[in-house]
Design a protein around this ligand. Sequence first.
Ligand code: ADP
Ligand code: MG
Length: 227
Amino acid sequence: MLELRDVHKTYPGEPPVESVRGVDLVVEKGDMLALRGSSGSGKSTLLHIMAALDRPTSGSVQIDGQYVEKLSDRELAGLRAFHVGVVFQQFFLLEALTALDNVASGLLYRGVPTKQRREAAAEALHRVGLSHRLNHKVTKMSGGERQRTAVARALVGRPAIVFADEPTGNLDSARGEEILNLFRELNEDGTTLVIVTHEERVALACKQRIEVSDGLVVSRSEQAASP
Ligand code: ADP
Ligand code: MG
């Protein structure tokens, strides 16, 4: 599903920042992987590379059978639009739009006609428990509802893999628990998930846990997800 081989990412500067310094990683179909590490350890950089939002400086990245390093920018945009969904800590929703239009925007780059986009968006919002909020503007929604909407937008195109960067970071613990339960359900239904978190309980809910420190994987553990 996803395979990283000796991936490096260096940001130019004086001095250059080596954010990721040789990471090997495999995510199998149906996996639910937690990526942990302290602030500045390279988690977001790694997640951006895994989600094809950014290219590595060197190394190989294979996403759903396609090698990122062999793709043009245009092909990479296609890979993102059809195979990957991403959820961010800050939600990144369009405030002036309704939940439905935000989620439908997740299909814009696929050239899906408006009517079908809206139908798929309503279905994705139903999946995250927001059928009663379709026409609510983002400004009228709580933090938990906003994050559910962002999850629906990530899911609407039925991507092979969904990434989340600190998805519970801006939520209180009850709302965080709801989002975590939603991710668990999605994983049980077959969605492959990679979640960046520094919350213990989020990591413990995952099937595979990887810890990064200073741009390197320092530990891996795999066990059945706790109840
Ligand atoms: P984390 O998500 O674990 O907090 P990041 O991946 O955001 O870590 O950052 C890892 C390192 O890379 C940090 O030292 C950060 O300052 C640096 N970094 C991240 N993004 C950039 C960028 N666009 N330009 C320069 N340095 C960056
Ligand atoms: Mg980060």
